[in-house]
Design a protein around this ligand. Structure first.
Ligand SMILES: [Zn+2]
Length: 352
């Protein structure tokens, strides 16, 4: 190891230490692969950005060092129940629908059976590996839901998972005897006779994932924050699909994380930008005490349609309303596509 290397390490740790005194500062973040912003010639400190939320697959030592040197907290996005890259080689982890069939992709998303022990081990090892390589400010669980597509106004909401393991675990947990049948028969019986217990069990599986990932995080880096990205549907939207299909109960999630990051993608959900503020008003009423932090993620991304710089500015404002103590934006691509959006973000972040 040469002297320059150690000097660099020292500087990074000094920068990290300096930030610890500033953890109460409003979080102003970029989500995705923020290294592309640096590669385009921008600097985070000059943009007013003080936090990056980088996909695990995009994290590398050079970027980590640069982000820290520019005063950013570094949070890692962790693709919790995203099955892509695993189920292709592990058919036993493929979610099963109410017809007893392996379910197809929900648009671009492909989930996984969340009770598959091999997959659980795979994700746990990935998280330990990341925590072994980087001193992070936190880990944000993403794709924390049962197989479905919710980032649209026309969601895809399959019933899963009725694999033999899931139905057996459900039986054991709730002391229920499902009459002998094939997978489809068991699924029909459960939905007709034990639906509330089934939904509750599915939610408990997600909660256990949060607890397990949180335990690994805190065992390895006690100061790091556990965050969660999740669908910002109201509970009554799409006939209760937030709980019934995705398996999410917001108060239960809030009890298990340090930071809630509702995905306030107003355009994807065909909502007015003011909906983001309405959502935060609602969240303010339902969060349990003690409260987690709230750092929403807002949409700048041009899909569907085009988000104007002005609309993006409104999304940042609405998404920063109380109880938010931070905000981040999606995506870095949209900033690179339209320099006026960078200007809007810089003005907002520098004045926040
Ligand atoms: Zn299953």
């Amino acid at each position: 190891m040469n002297k320059l290397y150690w000097l660099l390490l020292l500087l990074i740790h000094f920068a990290a230490f300096s930030q610890e005194n500033d953890v109460d500062a409003f979080v102003k973040g970029i989500y995705g692969n923020p290294e592309r912003i640096l590669n385009a010639g921008f600097a985070f400190d000059e943009l007013g950005v003080n936090a990056v939320f980088v996909r695990r697959s995009s994290l590398n030592q050079s970027f980590y060092n640069q982000a820290k040197a520019q005063g950013c907290r570094v949070f890692v996005e962790f693709p919790t129940l995203n099955g892509r890259g695993y189920i292709e080689d592990h058919p036993e982890a493929w979610p099963i629908n109410e017809k007893g069939e392996t379910v197809g992709p929900a648009d671009w998303f492909m989930g996984v059976c969340p009770t598959d022990p091999g997959f659980q081990t795979y994700r746990a090892e990935q998280l330990r590996e990341t925590l072994g390589n980087y001193l992070v400010d936190g880990v944000f669980l993403d794709y924390l839901h049962w197989h479905a597509q919710f980032e649209t106004d026309q969601p895809i909401l399959p019933e899963t998972c009725f694999c033999d393991r899931c139905t057996r675990l459900f039986e054991n947990t709730h002391a229920i005897q499902i009459p002998p049948s094939d997978k489809a028969g068991k699924a029909q019986w459960i939905l007709a006779n034990q639906e509330p217990a089934w939904r509750k069990w599915r939610n408990s599986i997600l909660n256990t994932w949060v607890e397990d990932m949180g335990r690994i995080l805190k065992e390895n880096q006690p100061k790091a924050l556990l965050g969660a990205f999740y669908s910002a549907w109201f509970p009554e939207d799409h006939d209760g699909a937030l709980y019934n299909t995705l398996g999410i109960d917001v108060p239960a999630l809030a009890e298990r994380v340090d930071v809630l990051s509702p995905m306030l993608f107003h355009r994807m959900l065909a909502r007015p930008v003011t909906w983001s503020g309405d959502y935060l008003d609602w969240l303010d009423k339902v969060m349990p005490t003690p409260r987690p932090l709230v750092w929403p993620i807002v949409q700048a991304h041009d899909k569907p349609g085009i988000i104007s710089p002005q609309e993006f500015g409104n999304a940042l404002r609405e998404g920063s309303r109380s109880p938010a103590s931070g905000v981040m934006m999606f995506s870095e691509q949209s900033l690179l596509d339209n320099p006026k959006k960078i200007k809007v973000m810089r003005e907002f972040y520098q004045n926040k």
